[in-house]
Ligand binder design. Structure first.
Ligand SMILES: NC(=O)C1=CN([C@@H]2O[C@H](COP(=O)(O)OP(=O)(O)OC[C@H]3O[C@@H](n4cnc5c(N)ncnc54)[C@H](OP(=O)(O)O)[C@@H]3O)[C@@H](O)[C@H]2O)C=CC1
Ligand SMILES: CC(=O)[C@](C)(O)C(=O)O
Ligand SMILES: [Mg+2]
Ligand SMILES: [Mg+2]
Length: 490
C-alpha cells in the first residue's frame, strides 16, 4: 500500500484539501432514519467506541460491540466498557456477518490488520465507517468494491463526545464519503444519520473529505490542542516553582486554568478570552502572544509540512513497527514531569484569578490557536474546518487536563494524537527556552500588581482591533452562531 494522498496530482490534492462545506441544519431533517433498523456493530470499545456507541444507542439505534477474542477472554477494559453499559458483545465471526454498518474505532495503528481481518466477514453491500482518515489516506487501504466507506469524525476527545451529548449539545463533526467506495450512493445519508446519532449536528457538521480531515486533524492535535497545552503546562509550572510560587498553587492554576480560560474562548473566541483580562494584562498577553507566534511559527509550519508530505506518518509508522518504543518512552517521561507529579494544592482560585494570574497561559492559547489556524488555512484547509480544529476543540481538550492532568489528556486522545503531541513538546520546550528566561510571576502565578490600571488609548485601540480582525474571529462568530444549544461547563 502507498500513501493515497501522494498518488494524486496536485490539482486533486488541493481540491480534496479544500473539501469542506458547512451543512445547514435542514440537511439533517431525516434524523437517524437512514440507520433505523440497521445493525451497527462497533469494533473497539475505547475512547471513541464507547462514547459514540452510548450516544447512538440513546438516539434509538441498534448498537453492539465486537471485540478481538483476547479482549473477551481476558475480560479487558474494553469488554467491561461494553458489558457494564449493557451492550451485546460478540466475536468478529458472531457479529460482523450480521452487520449493516461496521464502525472501525480501533487505534489507527491497528486499522490495516483489523480491516483486513473483518472485511471477508462483512456481508455484501455493507458499510464500513472510520472516525479518522489515516488508514485510507496515509496508508492507502483498499476496501472491497461493494462496501460503502464513510467517515464521521468528531472534532473532540471521546469523553467529551459523550459529555456534550448528555448536556444536550454535541461536538463539531466532519463527515465524508470515500469516493472510491460509494457503490449505491447511500454513503452521505448514512454519514448524516450517524452524525445526528452522535449529536454532532447540534454543534455543526462539515461535509468534508478523508484527506481534508486527516491533514487538519493531525495538525490541530500535534500543535495547539495537545502539544501546546502539554508544553505550556510543563513550562509554566516549572517557571512558577523556580520563582518561588507554592507548587500546589502552581499545579492547580495550570490543571484547572486551561479549562477556565479556554471556556471563554469557546463562547466568544480569542477576543472574549482576552477581554476577560484587565487592560494592562490584555496588552501584556497580546505582546507575549505576538512574541510566541514569531518564535513558534517555523515549528507550526514544519508540523504542517511533515503532515502534508507524509513524513510524519512515516515516522510514526516506523515506531509502530518498533513496538511503539518512542511512544511508550515519551509517555513514561511525561509522567515524571514535576507538573504531573505535583497534586493540585487545596487552595481556592476564583474564576477571574485564573485569568489574572495566568496571563502567559492566555497568551499561549492565543498564539497556538492563531498559528494553527493560519498554518492550516495556508495549506488549503478551509476556515470552518480550521476553526473547529484549532479554536473550538481546545477547551474540550482542556477539560481532560482538568480531570487528571496530562495523563488524562494523553489517555483520552488517540495514540496518533499522543505521538504527535510529544514530537511537538520535544521541539517546543527548547525553542521557548530563551523566551521563558524573561518570564516572571507577573504573567504567571501572581499577576500584574499595578496601582493604576491605566493604559495608552492608542495602544489599547490597536490591540482590540488586532484581536477582532483575526480571520479566526470572523469564521468563529458565524459558526458559534449555529451553536444555540451550547452549554456552560465552567
Ligand atoms: N481518542 C479520540 O478522542 C479520537 C479518536 N479518533 C479516532 O478514533 C479511532 C479510535 O481511537 P480511540 O477511541 O482513541 O482508540 P482507543 O485506543 O481508545 O480504543 C481502541 C479500542 O480498540 C481495541 N483494540 C486495540 N487493538 C485492537 C486490535 N488489534 N484489534 C481489535 N481491537 C483492538 C481496544 O480494545 P482491546 O485492546 O481491549 O481489544 C479498544 O477498545 C482512531 O481512528 C482515532 O484516530 C478520532 C477522534 C478523536
Ligand atoms: C481528540 C481528537 O480530536 C484528536 C486529538 O484528534 C485525537 O484524539 O486523535
Ligand atoms: Mg481530532
Ligand atoms: Mg486525531
Amino acid at each position: 500500500m502507498a500513501n493515497y494522498f501522494n498518488t494524486l496530482p496536485l490539482r486533486e490534492q488541493l481540491a480534496q484539501l479544500a473539501k469542506c462545506r458547512f451543512m445547514d441544519s435542514s440537511e439533517f431533517s431525516d434524523g437517524v432514519e437512514a440507520l433505523k433498523g440497521k445493525k451497527i456493530v462497533v469494533i473497539g470499545c475505547g475512547a471513541q467506541g464507547l462514547n459514540q456507541g452510548l450516544n447512538l444507542r440513546d438516539s434509538g439505534l441498534d448498537v453492539s460491540y465486537t471485540l478481538r477474542a483476547a479482549a473477551i477472554a481476558e475480560k479487558r477494559q474494553s469488554w467491561k466498557n461494553a458489558t457494564e453499559n449493557g451492550f451485546v458483545v460478540g466475536t468478529y465471526q458472531e457479529l460482523i456477518p450480521t452487520a449493516d454498518v461496521v464502525l472501525n474505532l480501533t487505534p489507527d495503528k491497528q486499522h490495516t490488520p483489523v480491516v483486513t481481518e473483518i472485511m471477508p466477514l462483512m456481508k455484501k453491500d455493507a458499510c464500513l465507517s472510520y472516525s479518522h482518515g489515516f488508514n485510507i489516506v496515509e496508508e492507502g487501504m483498499k476496501i472491497r468494491e461493494d462496501l460503502t466507506v464513510i467517515m464521521v469524525a468528531p472534532k473532540c476527545p471521546g469523553s467529551e463526545v459523550r459529555a456534550e451529548y448528555v448536556r444536550g449539545f454535541g461536538v463539531p463533526t466532519l463527515i465524508a464519503v470515500h469516493e472510491d467506495n460509494d457503490p449505491k450512493g447511500e454513503g452521505l445519508a448514512l454519514a448524516k444519520a450517524y452524525a445526528v446519532g452522535t449529536g454532532g449536528h447540534k454543534a455543526g457538521v462539515l461535509m468534508s473529505s478523508f484527506i481534508a480531515e486527516v491533514k487538519s486533524d493531525l495538525m490541530g492535535e500535534q500543535t495547539i490542542l495537545c502539544g501546546m497545552l502539554q508544553t505550556g503546562s510543563i513550562l509554566c509550572f516549572d517557571k512558577m516553582v523556580e520563582e518561588g510560587i507554592d507548587a500546589g498553587y502552581a499545579s492547580r492554576l495550570i490543571q484547572f486554568g486551561w479549562e477556565t480560560v479556554t471556556e471563554a474562548l469557546k463562547y466568544g473566541g480569542v477576543t472574549n478570552m482576552l477581554d476577560r483580562l484587565s487592560n494592562p494584562a490584555k496588552i501584556k498577553a497580546f505582546d507575549l502572544s505576538e512574541e510566541l507566534k514569531l518564535i513558534m511559527r517555523p515549528l507550526y509550519n514544519k508540523h504542517q509540512d511533515d503532515i502534508i508530505s507524509g513524513h510524519f506518518s512515516q515516522t510514526m509508522m516506523e515506531d509502530w513497527a518498533n513496538d511503539d518504543v518512542n511512544l511508550l518512552k515519551w509517555r513514561a517521561d511525561t509522567a515524571e514531569t514535576n507538573f504531573e507529579k505535583t497534586p493540585a494544592g487545596d487552595v481556592e482560585i476564583s474564576e477571574q484569578e485564573f485569568f489574572d494570574n495566568g496571563i502567559l497561559m492566555v497568551a499561549m492559547v492565543k498564539a497556538g490557536v492563531e498559528l494553527a489556524f493560519e498554518t492550516m488555512t495556508a495549506a488549503g484547509i478551509v476556515a470552518d474546518s480550521a476553526y473547529y480544529e484549532s479554536l473550538h476543540e481546545t477547551p474540550l481538550i482542556a477539560n481532560t487536563i482538568a480531570r487528571k492532568k496530562l495523563y488524562e489528556m494523553n489517555a483520552t486522545i488517540s495514540d496518533t494524537a499522543e505521538y504527535g503531541c510529544y514530537l511537538y513538546n520535544h521541539a517546543c520546550v527548547p525553542l521557548l527556552a530563551d523566551f521563558m528566561k524573561n518570564i516572571k510571576t507577573d504573567v504567571i502565578g501572581k499577576g500584574l500588581s499595578l496601582e493604576d490600571n491605566g493604559v495608552d488609548n492608542a495602544r489599547l485601540i490597536e490591540v482590540n482591533a488586532a484581536l477582532r480582525s483575526h480571520p479566526v474571529e470572523a469564521i468563529g462568530g458565524v459558526l458559534r452562531g449555529h451553536m444555540a444549544d451550547m452549554k456552560k461547563i465552567v
